[in-house]
Design a protein around this ligand. Structure first.
Ligand code: ADP
Ligand code: ZN
Ligand code: ZN
Length: 847
C-alpha cells in the first residue's frame, strides 16, 4: 500500500460494542494493515477480552476527549460488510432525519444481543500451514498451532481457546499469517418445533376387523377433520399411544413428526389457493407485477375490497423469483386473522416479527433473515421495517394511514417514511394499502385535490409509469417530493359488489331536546332491537376517553376553540377544588371555563368523554337480554385475549362487541350488520392539527365493519355536530372531497403535510425545573431560528401535563416545505440531567 493511500485512510473507527446487553459506542484505532469499512463486524479488545463489534463510522481524527495513545487498536475483521451498504445507508438516514445518534437507531433496528450471540470461532486452515514453521511464529502462536493441529475439527470458539490459555495475540498471528481463519458462526437455526401429528388415511371402507372402540376413535378423529396433533388426539379420544399405533399398523392412520409453525395455530390452518380476482383487483395486481424497481403504489380500496388478496398475489411471483417480501401491519395482536391468511398461502415461509416475541425468537428471526436459505415473507409491526432481508422484492404497508406506524419514543421514526427510503435504497416497489389513505400519501400520489384542475402539473399519471427522462414538473406548495414515482390503484367496490353500509346520522341535540338523556339515541335503540330480533350481531364504537377533553355545548353543539390556532381548547381542573380552565396546547392560550355557552347561552356546556363501561351499563338497563363483549384496553390486556374475544364473538356467543378504536383495525366479521358510533364528537375535536383526518379515517374504518357478509350493513352515527365536514364525508363515503378541504386548511396553517414540524418534548419529575428549561430552550431555539422560515410555538404545558409522575412541556417548531429542518440535537446539552428532552420530527401525537 502506497504512502499516500494510507495517509488518506481514516485511522479511527467508532464501533458498537454490545457487552453484557448494554450496547455502547467506543473508538478504536485502525492498524495500518486493516482495511475497515463501515458495516464490518470486528473484534476489539474490551477490558480483558476480545469482543465482537460493528464498525459504525470512520474518522481521520481521534475524538477530542481522548489522547491517541489511550485508544486501543482493532483486533481484526471478522466479517466484511456484514450489513449491506444499502441497509447501512437506511439506518444512517433514519438517524439523520429523526435527529438521533446512530446508536439509538441501532438499538431499535438490531435485536438484543446481536453481537453477544454470534460466536466468534477460529478454524485452522490445514492446507495453508507450511511443513516447516518459519521463525516469525511467536511461542504463543506456536503453542496454539500445536493445539489446533492435534485436534480433529481444529475449530473452536475464541473464548474456549482463551480459557485454554491461548492469548488473543497468538490467535491474531495465525489469522494474519492466513493459517487460521476467524469467522462469526451463524447462530443455531431456531429449532423448528417438531411434534407428532395424527392423520387419518385410507378412508372408506374401514378395515372390517376393527373393534367398536377403534371405530369410535376413527369416528372421533374424522369429526375433528382427521388431522390433529398426537397429544390433542389422545385427549379427545381418551386413548393411548399404543392404541393409535395399532390403528396406524392397520393402515387407518399415519403418525409422523411434523414441523410446527411458530404460530399458535396447529395443522388446522388449512392451506388456501389464490382467489379468482375481480376486475379491479386484477388491474391493480397487473400494475404492481409490471414493476420490479423502486416505485410507490397507493392501493386505495374501500373496506372489504380485497386488498389483502392483492398483497398475497403480488408476493407470490416475487417469492418464486427468489425474492423476499416485507409486510407491515399496524398491530399483530389485533389482526391474528391477517397473519393466518399469509400462513395459509405461504406456509412456513412466513415469519412473524414484532416486539411481543421473546428476545431469543426475535434474535433468531432477525439473524436468519440476514442470510435466509429460502426467500421469506416477514409479517411484522413497525420495527420490522428494519429486518435486514437481502434481495427484497416488495414492501407492503397495510393500513398505511395508521398512526401506530409512528414511534413516539426516540428514534421517533414513521415506518411509512422509512419504508419509502428503504424501497428507494433497495430499488423495489412499495405498496401502501388503505381504505382511508393518509393525507400525506394522498397528496403525494394524487396531488392536492381541487387544485389539480387549476394546476395540471399535479396530474400524476396513474397506472402507466412516467417516461424515463420526463422532466420533473415544478410543484408549487407540494410536500417534500420523494424520489420514487407513484402509481394510484383503486379498488372502489367491495368483493362481489356488496354495497357499502348505509350511514344514518343522529343529531344528539334533538335527542336531548326531546327529553332523551340516554347515551343511546332512539334510532340506535330501534336498530339494536331489530338486530336482536333478527338474530344478527353488531358493534358499538366509543372513542377512548382521556385525550378528548374538549368542551362543547350540549344544546347547540358549539365547541370552545382557541382564537389563534383553530384547534379545540382542552379542559383542565388540576384538583377538585381548583378553578376550571380551558387551554390551547399549541400556543399556550388559556381562559376560564365559561358558565354559559358563548353561542347560545345554554348552561349545558360540558366536557366530553364516555367510557366503554358506561355504555355497557346503559345497554344493560335498556336491553337486559342483549349480551355484550367489552373490547378495549382493559379487557384485552392479556396475551391472546384479542383472538379469544373475537373468536367468542364470531362463534355467536354475544350479540354486541362494545369497544374502542381497536374495533377499527381490519376485523373481518361477516355476521355484523349493525355498527353504532356512540359519540363521534370525541374524535372530531381531539386538539391536534390532524384531528379531522384521523376522525374520518377511524369512522370510515368502523363503518366498514358493517355488512361484510351477505347481509347488508347499517351504520348509526351519533353526534352533536352533524354539519361537521367529517360527518358529511362519512355519510357519503366521500373521501376525496374531504381531502381537498382539509388540504386547504393545512396549507393555511402550514401544518403537515403542507408544512414541517418538530416537537420538542420536555419532561421531568420537577415541575419548576421543566418549565424553566422549556423557557430557556425556547430562547435558544428562537435565536437559532432567526432569519429562517421556521417559527417557534410555545413553550406550553403538554395536553397531558403530567404523565407517570412527570411534568411535561412542549415546544413546537413549524415551517414551510422545501427548507431543510433545523437540527436541534445540540439542545440536549442545555438540558439539566433532571429534564429529559425528546426530539420528535414529523410528530403525529402532540398530546
Ligand atoms: P380488505 O383487505 O380490502 O378489507 P379483504 O382482502 O379482507 O379486504 O377481503 C374481504 C373479503 O373478501 C375476505 O373475506 C376475502 O377472503 C374475500 N375476497 C377477497 N378477494 C376475493 C376474490 N377475488 N374472490 C372472492 N373473495 C374474495
Ligand atoms: Zn350553545
Ligand atoms: Zn392556540
Amino acid at each position: 500500500m502506497g504512502l499516500g493511500e494510507s495517509n488518506t485512510q481514516p485511522q479511527w473507527v467508532n464501533v458498537l460494542v454490545d457487552y453484557g446487553g448494554q450496547p455502547a459506542e467506543y473508538t478504536y484505532a485502525v492498524p495500518a494493515h486493516l482495511k475497515v469499512q463501515v458495516g464490518d463486524i470486528l473484534t476489539v479488545p474490551f477490558r480483558h477480552q476480545s469482543v465482537g463489534a460493528i464498525a459504525l463510522s470512520l474518522s481521520p481524527t481521534p475524538p477530542a476527549n481522548l489522547l491517541p495513545d489511550q485508544i486501543r487498536a482493532v483486533g481484526g475483521i471478522v466479517e466484511q460488510r456484514f450489513f449491506a451498504p444499502s441497509y447501512w445507508a437506511l439506518l444512517q438516514r433514519v438517524a439523520h432525519h429523526y435527529q438521533v445518534p446512530l446508536m439509538q437507531v441501532l438499538k431499535t433496528a438490531l435485536p438484543p444481543g446481536l453481537l453477544a450471540r454470534s460466536q466468534r470461532r477460529l478454524r485452522l486452515r490445514r492446507d495453508r500451514v507450511p511443513q516447516t514453521r518459519p521463525d516469525v511464529l511467536s511461542p504463543g502462536g506456536s503453542a496454539l498451532l500445536d493445539d489446533l493441529q492435534r485436534s480433529r475439527s481444529a475449530d473452536y470458539t475464541w473464548p474456549y481457546l482463551q480459557k485454554r490459555g491461548h492469548s488473543y495475540r497468538a490467535m491474531q498471528q495465525l489469522v494474519q499469517l492466513g493459517w487460521a481463519e476467524s469467522y462469526l458462526s451463524p447462530p443455531q437455526p431456531p429449532q423448528a418445533k417438531r411434534r407428532q401429528a395424527v392423520t387419518l388415511v385410507g378412508g372408506d371402507p374401514l378395515p372390517i376387523d376393527l373393534t367398536p372402540r377403534q371405530q369410535d376413535i376413527i369416528a372421533t378423529l374424522r369429526r375433528q377433520g382427521g388431522d390433529l396433533w398426537l397429544s390433542d388426539a389422545l385427549q379427545l379420544c381418551q386413548t393411548t399411544s399404543p392404541t393409535l399405533k395399532r390403528l396406524a399398523q392397520a393402515g387407518c392412520l399415519v403418525i409422523e413428526p411434523r414441523e410446527q409453525l411458530r404460530a399458535e395455530s396447529g395443522p388446522a390452518l388449512t392451506p388456501d389457493q389464490p382467489k379468482a380476482l375481480t376486475g379491479y383487483q386484477a388491474a391493480a395486481l397487473d400494475s404492481i407485477n409490471r414493476h420490479s424497481q423502486g416505485r410507490q403504489f397507493l392501493l386505495h380500496g374501500v373496506t372489504g375490497s380485497g386488498k389483502t388478496e392483492v398483497y398475497l398475489q403480488a408476493i407470490a411471483p416475487r417469492l418464486a423469483a427468489g425474492q423476499s417480501a416485507l409486510v407491515l401491519v399496524p398491530e399483530i395482536g389485533l389482526t391474528p386473522q391477517l397473519t393466518d391468511r399469509f400462513r395459509r398461502r405461504f406456509g412456513d415461509r412466513v415469519w412473524v416479527y414484532h416486539s411481543g416475541l421473546a428476545d431469543g425468537e426475535r434474535y433468531d428471526t432477525w439473524r436468519q433473515s440476514l442470510r435466509p436459505l429460502t426467500p421469506l415473507v416477514v409479517v411484522g409491526t413497525r420495527s420490522a421495517i428494519f429486518m435486514p432481508l437481502p434481495n427484497l422484492g416488495l414492501i407492503i404497508l397495510d393500513e398505511e394511514h395508521d398512526s401506530s406506524y409512528k414511534q413516539d419514543v426516540p428514534p421517533c421514526y414513521h415506518a411509512r417514511t422509512v419504508a419509502r427510503w428503504r424501497a428507494e435504497l433497495e430499488n423495489c416497489p412499495l405498496v401502501l394499502g388503505s381504505a382511508t389513505p393518509s393525507l400525506d400519501t394522498w397528496v403525494q400520489c394524487r396531488g392536492p385535490g381541487e387544485s389539480q384542475q387549476e394546476n395540471p402539473d399535479w396530474a400524476i399519471p396513474t397506472i402507466s409509469p412516467a417516461p424515463p427522462h420526463a422532466p420533473t414538473p415544478p410543484r408549487p406548495h407540494a410536500p417534500t417530493p420523494h424520489s420514487l414515482p407513484w402509481t394510484y390503484l383503486s379498488l372502489p367496490e367491495r368483493v362481489q359488489a356488496q354495497p357499502l353500509p348505509t350511514v344514518a346520522v343522529v343529531d344528539m341535540r334533538d335527542e336531548l331536546q326531546d327529553g332523551n338523556r340516554s347515551i343511546l339515541s332512539r334510532p340506535l335503540q330501534t336498530a339494536l332491537a331489530n338486530m336482536k330480533a333478527e338474530g344478527n350481531q353488531g358493534l358499538l364504537f366509543i372513542h377512548r376517553r382521556g385525550h378528548s377533553s374538549f368542551v362543547s355545548c350540549r344544546s347547540c353543539g358549539h365547541v370552545m376553540m382557541c382564537p389563534h390556532c383553530d384547534v379545540s381548547l382542552s379542559y383542565h381542573q388540576p384538583k377538585a377544588n381548583s378553578a376550571m380552565t380551558l387551554r390551547c396546547h399549541y400556543c399556550g392560550f388559556s381562559q376560564g371555563h365559561p358558565k354559559q355557552c358563548p353561542a347560545c347561552s345554554s348552561p349545558y356546556l360540558k366536557h366530553f368523554g364516555s367510557g366503554t363501561q358506561r355504555v355497557v351499563n346503559a345497554l344493560g338497563e335498556t336491553f337486559p337480554d342483549l349480551s355484550c363483549i367489552r373490547f378495549d384496553s382493559d379487557t384485552t390486556r392479556t396475551k391472546g385475549a384479542h383472538r379469544a374475544l373475537l373468536t367468542r364473538f364470531a362463534e355467536g356467543n354475544a350479540d354486541l362487541l362494545v369497544g374502542t378504536q381497536m374495533l377499527t383495525k381490519g376485523i373481518d366479521l361477516p355476521q355484523v350488520t349493525l355498527v353504532g358510533i356512540i359519540a363521534a364528537d370525541g374524535l372530531l375535536y381531539m386538539n391536534d392539527y390532524w384531528a379531522s383526518e384521523r376522525a374520518l379515517q377511524m369512522l370510515i374504518q368502523v363503518a366498514g365493519r358493517a355488512g361484510r357478509g351477505t347481509l347488508p350493513g347499517q351504520v348509526i352515527l351519533q353526534t352533536y355536530t352533524p354539519e361537521h365536514p367529517v360527518i358529511e364525508a362519512v355519510t357519503r363515503h366521500a373521501y376525496e372531497g374531504f381531502i381537498a378541504t382539509e388540504w386547504t386548511q393545512r396549507q393555511l396553517l402550514q401544518y403537515p403535510p403542507a408544512g414541517q414540524m418538530i416537537l420538542l418534548r420536555l419532561s421531568s419529575t420537577d415541575p419548576i425545573g421543566v418549565q424553566e428549561t422549556a423557557e430557556a430552550l425556547a430562547q435558544r431555539v428562537a435565536q437559532a431560528l432567526k432569519g429562517s422560515p421556521y417559527q417557534l410555538l410555545g413553550p406550553a404545558p403538554a395536553t397531558i401535563p403530567r404523565l407517570a409522575q412527570r411534568y411535561r412541556w412542549h415546544l413546537l417548531v413549524k415551517g414551510p416545505l422545501g427548507h431543510a429542518l433545523p437540527n436541534l440535537q445540540d439542545l440536549k446539552q442545555y438540558c439539566p440531567a433532571s429534564v429529559s428532552l425528546t426530539i420528535d420530527v414529523d410528530p403525529l401525537n402532540l398530546a
